[in-house]
Design a protein around this ligand. Structure first.
Ligand code: FAS
Ligand code: PHB
Length: 393
């Protein structure tokens, strides 16, 4: 079999890339090792930057997002049991974020791909990448007891942090940067009305970080910081709700509507970047190349901006026979990736309690929070990073 672009992974990166390439008349196939239902069952991101919303519109899959997504004009920081609004739209000249689950975005992309009759191979086992350092790369995979081979012009490694693409790059050709945080996030999804329907609430209390978010006006998403040694089995719903309340201000705590968890899991936090993001005819995009702690809601949005740069570069190659876009792909992505890595690290450091934060360190964190909510300059810096920096910066 032959195609122009072989995409590894049917997460947001792979599906969005496939849709944008299809819109541009570029043939592509997606190889996914799991089933579609398994991919949809992963509960992850929930906040979309305007850049991501614009891309989904460009891909023709934004109808449900506009119908069901919730626009947020502000966020709130809670510390010392007091809530402080950060009026994001006023500080950024009107920019906002949209609450819309990654699961729903993935479902919209899967439905659009199926409706267009585009080839997606689910349960593709033992995917392997070949000859991407030349001009005729190939991808192999196993399905239904047979080995299949695809000849292509380019391979897009959209297969996430644990995928095969980055692992296929010769060790000497790639540099990795990593920071692992000494805590995780215990997340709960519940079919209850969000406690703060128009603002994502980030808390820093002596008991640790908390986050009040949503997926819709009838489905909430909450998180509390937990030690890495914690097991989700040790957290009953009741224990979770009690702990969440203890980390909020009294008014918000009194308004939490509890209900049975429909998903509950603990995720570790890490910062990670692999450089460069291009190896001959192989391009890495999304979590295959970088990971951020979810505090800044950047992971999914960075995947979308990588895909914007990559799809534009491939369209330019096929339409204008120019390699300028593919030659600058990695540098353009990494300039935006590292700014998001910095912001995510900064907000994680500001809003979490670290095991080794002594008296002085805690006083400095307290002072930074106090300065942030009373300084227009610092609140503006938070706001412009939160809504997403312009693509061209
Ligand atoms: P993904 O990991 O989503 O998709 C990669 C796909 O490739 C998967 O479907 C996988 O099955 C497939 N694959 C892997 N290896 C393969 C192989 N060898 N062959 C074929 N297919 C293969 N981001 C936010 O912005 N906000 C959040 O709140 C947030 N919360 C998160 C919580 C968790 C627990 C995790 C893990 C991530 C979270 N993220 C969050 C980040 C997350 O949303 C990612 O940024 C997003 O999924 C990136 O999408 P992809 O790059 O497509 O990678
Ligand atoms: C979420 O809704 O899952 C979410 C929201 C904001 C974040 C991280 C996660 O910063």
């Amino acid at each position: 079999m032959r195609t122009q672009v072989a995409i590894i992974g049917a997460g947001p990166s792979g599906l969005l890339l496939g849709q944008l390439l299809h819109k541009a008349g570029i043939d592509n196939i997606i190889l996914e090792r799991q089933t579609g239902d398994y991919v949809l069952g992963r509960i992850r991101a929930g906040i979309l930057e305007q850049v991501t919303v614009d891309l989904l519109e460009e891909a023709g899959v934004a109808d449900r997002l506009h119908a069901e997504g919730t626009v947020h004009h502000s966020i709130e920081l809670v510390f010392n049991r007091t809530r402080h609004p950060i009026l994001v739209d006023q500080l950024t000249g009107g920019k906002v974020v949209t609450a819309y689950g990654q699961t729903e975005m993935t479902r919209d992309l899967m439905d659009a791909r199926a409706a267009a009759g585009l080839p997606t191979v689910y349960e593709a086992a033992n995917v392997s990448l070949h000859d991407f350092d030349g001009k005729t790369p190939r991808v192999r995979y196993e399905k239904d007891g047979r080995t299949h081979e695809i000849e292509c012009d380019f391979i897009a490694g959209c297969d996430g942090f644990h995928g095969v693409s980055r692992q296929s790059v010769p060790q000497g050709a790639i540099r990795e940067y990593e920071k692992v945080y000494p805590f995780g996030w215990l997340g709960v999804l519940s079919d209850t009305p969000p406690v703060s329907p128009h603002a994502i609430v980030y808390g820093n209390s002596e008991r640790g970080f908390s986050l009040c978010s949503m997926r819709s006006l009838t489905r909430s998403r909450y998180y509390v910081q937990v030690p890495l040694t914690d097991k989700v089995e040790a957290w009953s719903d009741e224990r979770f709700w009690d702990e969440l309340r203890l980390r909020l201000d009294p008014d918000l705590a009194s308004r939490i509507v509890t209900g049975p968890s429909i998903e509950k899991s603990i995720a570790p936090l890490r910062s990670f970047v692999a450089e460069p993001m291009r190896f001959g005819r192989l391009f890495l995009a999304g979590d295959a190349s970088h990971i951020v702690p979810p505090t800044g809601a950047k992971g999914l949005n960075l995947a979308a901006s990588d895909v914007k740069y990559l799809s534009s570069a491939l369209v330019e190659y096929y339409r204008e026979k120019s390699e300028a876009g593919i030659d600058t792909y990695s540098d353009r992505c990494l300039r935006r990736v590292w700014k998001a890595e910095r912001f995510s690290w900064w907000l994680t450091t500001l809003m979490h309690r670290f095991p080794d934060t002594e008296g002085f360190g805690q006083k400095v964190q307290d002072a930074e929070l106090d300065y942030l909510v009373h300084s227009k300059a610092m609140s503006t810096a938070l706001a412009e990073n939160y809504v997403g920096l312009p693509l061209e910066l």
